[in-house]
Design a protein around this ligand. Structure first.
Ligand SMILES: NC(=O)c1ccc[n+]([C@@H]2O[C@H](COP(=O)([O-])OP(=O)(O)OC[C@H]3O[C@@H](n4cnc5c(N)ncnc54)[C@H](OP(=O)(O)O)[C@@H]3O)[C@@H](O)[C@H]2O)c1
Length: 323
């Protein structure tokens, strides 16, 4: 089954996820959709120092929004912040240093953030594909800690802040790679069998889709979406998938093209006319399963995933917020 899924996915990718796929899809885009002034609105973008996150932050800054960049590396982040401020002339760009694989720090960050800022839109963009099984200082497998648990905790902690706003949105940057994976909750930390970083990443990205669907059901005041940026030429693709990069480098999207749907979901009034909880590609909702791929999971597994993430997250929650 896995060869079938991978083959169907790759053929689909060649047609849709490449630069030419973007150029063809963008013929139906309306420029008016994202011609929006978002001054006074506050956006938090994780992994905003690089690739799709930086391109997203820049587009929001151009439209007047306040941008909170959440990044793990101070030097790289300050450089990106300077670039965004200089290119857009927007001074309301703020930097927060946070490692998204550290659940305790995420809780602390969110508690402090809630006391000091407002938030209209949360963009969960930071992500990684670590190809060897590495553990964080808390003993968590690094891909799971960053992509699934980090995203879950940051969002959960910021929901009360988002709920205060009139048009709150949460956008999670997943990947079309998730289409090759069926949700699996039996080994969230990849402790068993051979470790395959690409498949662990794809499983995390499937988990992000499931979690978004569950959030949408549980929190009706907030508009949730999850998306695939296509295949874009970013540092992550170059370093984590060198073979894929060598084969595909002339066909990849630009970072801005990869960010286009994130920006559309974040600022366009058109995006929230669609139901909450959907998976997007090139500004439209798309299927979360490949035909005949048998990736549907029982609802009990989806609910169980939420319970397990909640359990993990509570384990790392400080009893004295803000410390
Ligand atoms: N490019 C594609 O073709 C593609 C396709 C599908 C999905 N995606 C998704 O798009 C998102 C952005 O990736 P990208 O392609 O733009 O790659 P990128 O340029 O390497 O950006 C990834 C960002 O995530 C940050 N990050 C990673 N681990 C982190 C951690 N533990 N704490 C805080 N920040 C962390 C990185 O920080 P550093 O700079 O410090 O490493 C960087 O800012 C990811 O979620 C990725 O899975 C990309």
């Amino acid at each position: 089954m896995s060869w079938y899924r991978n083959a169907v996915w790759f053929v689909k990718g060649l047609r849709e996820y490449t630069r030419s796929g973007y150029e063809s899809a963008s013929k139906r885009f309306s420029a008016v959709d994202i011609d929006v002034d978002v001054a006074g609105k506050s956006f938090l973008v994780t992994g905003a120092n690089s690739g799709i996150g930086k391109a997203t932050a820049k587009e929001i800054a151009k439209r007047g929004g306040t941008v909170h960049m959440v990044c793990r590396n101070k030097e790289r982040a300050e450089e990106a912040k300077e670039e965004i401020m200089t290119e857009t002339g927007n001074q309301n760009i703020f930097l927060h240093i946070l490692d998204m694989s550290n659940p305790k720090d995420i809780w602390k960050f969110a508690e402090n953030f809630k006391n000091e800022h407002k938030l209209d839109v949360l963009i969960n963009n930071a992500g990684c594909m670590v190809n060897q099984r590495e553990l964080t200082e808390d003993g968590l497998e690094k891909n799971f800690a960053t992509n699934t648990l980090g995203t879950y905790i940051l969002t959960t902690a910021l929901l009360p802040l988002l709920e205060k706003e009139a048009d709150p949105r949460v956008i999670t940057v997943s990947s079309g790679g998730m289409l090759v994976q069926k949700l699996s909750i039996s080994d969230l930390q990849s402790e068993n069998g051979t470790f395959d970083g690409t498949m662990v990443y794809a499983q995390n990205k499937r988990q992000q889709v499931v979690v978004t669907e569950q959030w949408a059901k549980a929190h009706r005041k907030i508009h949730f979406s999850v998306m695939h940026p296509g295949w874009a030429d970013t540092p992550a693709v170059r370093s984590s998938m060198p073979d894929f990069y060598q084969k595909m480098k002339n066909a990849l999207r630009t970072e801005a093209q990869g960010a286009d749907t994130v920006v559309w979901l974040a600022v366009s009034p058109e995006a929230t006319k669609l139901p909450s909880g959907l998976f997007f590609q090139d500004r439209q909702p798309v299927a979360t399963h490949l035909p005949l791929a048998r990736t549907y999971s029982p609802p009990e597994d989806e609910e169980k995933l939420m319970e397990m993430l909640e359990e993990f997250s509570q384990k790392f929650k400080s009893t004295s917020p803000g410390t």
